[in-house]
Write a protein that binds this ligand. Structure first.
Ligand SMILES: Nc1ccn([C@@H]2O[C@H](COP(=O)(O)OP(=O)(O)OP(=O)(O)O)[C@@H](O)[C@H]2O)c(=O)n1
Ligand SMILES: C[C@](O)(CO)[C@H](O)COP(=O)(O)O
Length: 256
């Protein structure tokens, strides 16, 4: 018996995990993906979260540009368990998240048709969320994002010019909150759509804060599935406290 959750039929699905960021907002220390949560590197949690889906047969980890050997050693020291563990490749990343994802996509073999892109910085996403994203892609959506409604009201502010630096920002609008979603990862894609989106943007030289945003620029549909509170992104120091609390709660409930 495999210990990977039985939910989606195995197929040619890969997960790309960009893990090449510094984690500046987290403060001084090792690159964010290598910092530990309850003694285990965040990246290892993220790899396990992807491999927990029976549908994921390959995980491509995008390491800091000069850190691929270290990341390979780290993952070898924390092998996946179960009878059919996913294969793990490690490739060096780039200067931006978008560049790192592009480099991860280049490493995918030709027979992969569904791709997840998942932040190493979202180590605790539950397998049900991963499987919901994969199912929606297999049902025909070219791009799928897990997302949650917002708790806060969001304001749009005026862009600041050099002269206005230091002055209070001026609010120029309040988007209707009911129509806004906070988007998480893994984001799921039909592989050809995602390749096309990254190729087009690479030639246009524009940036995006998520991969689905690149697909939107192609004019292709992006659909939403329910996200999960535990799929939050570890960005600032308080997020580390929350992540360790979630892990402790899972242990207490014997879920991890
Ligand atoms: N050049 C980069 C920058 C980011 N990432 C990855 O993209 C994900 C989301 O990025 P973010 O949370 O912003 O991570 P950092 O860039 O490390 O954070 P910060 O902006 O605070 O430095 C992370 O898993 C991060 O490792 C990456 O692979 N390559
Ligand atoms: C991809 C993402 O996690 C979706 O919410 C987010 O845009 C990443 O942003 P970051 O500034 O690179 O952390």
């Amino acid at each position: 018996m495999s210990d990977r959750a039985p939910a989606v039929t195995p197929s040619r699905t890969a997960a790309v995990i960009p893990a090449a960021g510094r984690g500046v907002r987290l403060g001084p220390g090792a690159p964010k993906a290598l910092r530990t949560l309850n003694g285990t590197p965040m990246l290892v949690h993220a790899v396990r979260a992807m491999a927990a889906s029976r549908a994921v047969g390959l995980v491509v980890v995008v390491a800091p540009p000069d850190g691929a050997p270290e990341v390979r050693n780290l993952l070898d020291a924390h092998p996946l368990t179960g009878h059919d563990p996913a294969e793990i490749l490690v490739v060096p990343g780039g200067e931006t998240r978008q560049e790192s994802v592009r480099l991860g996509l280049k490493a995918l073999p030709g027979d992969i048709d569904t791709v997840l892109v998942h932040d190493a910085a979202r180590p605790l996403v539950p397998v049900d969320t991963v499987d919901a994203v994969i199912s929606a892609v297999r049902d025909g959506a070219p791009a799928v994002v897990p997302a949650l409604p917002l708790a806060d009201t969001v304001k749009q502010v005026e862009p600041r010019t050099g002269d206005a630096a230091g002055e209070p920002e001026r609010v120029v609008g309040t988007p209707e909150r009911a129509l806004l979603r906070a988007v998480q990862t893994p984001q799921g894609f039909d592989r050809r759509t995602l390749d096309e989106a990254h190729e087009q943007v690479a030639t246009e030289g524009e940036g995006a804060t998520d991969d689905a945003g690149l697909v939107e620029r192609l004019g292709r549909p992006v659909v939403v599935v329910p996200g999960h509170e535990e799929a939050f992104k570890v960005t600032r120091p308080l997020d580390l406290v929350l992540a360790e609390t979630v892990l402790a709660r899972r242990r207490a409930n014997d879920r991890y």
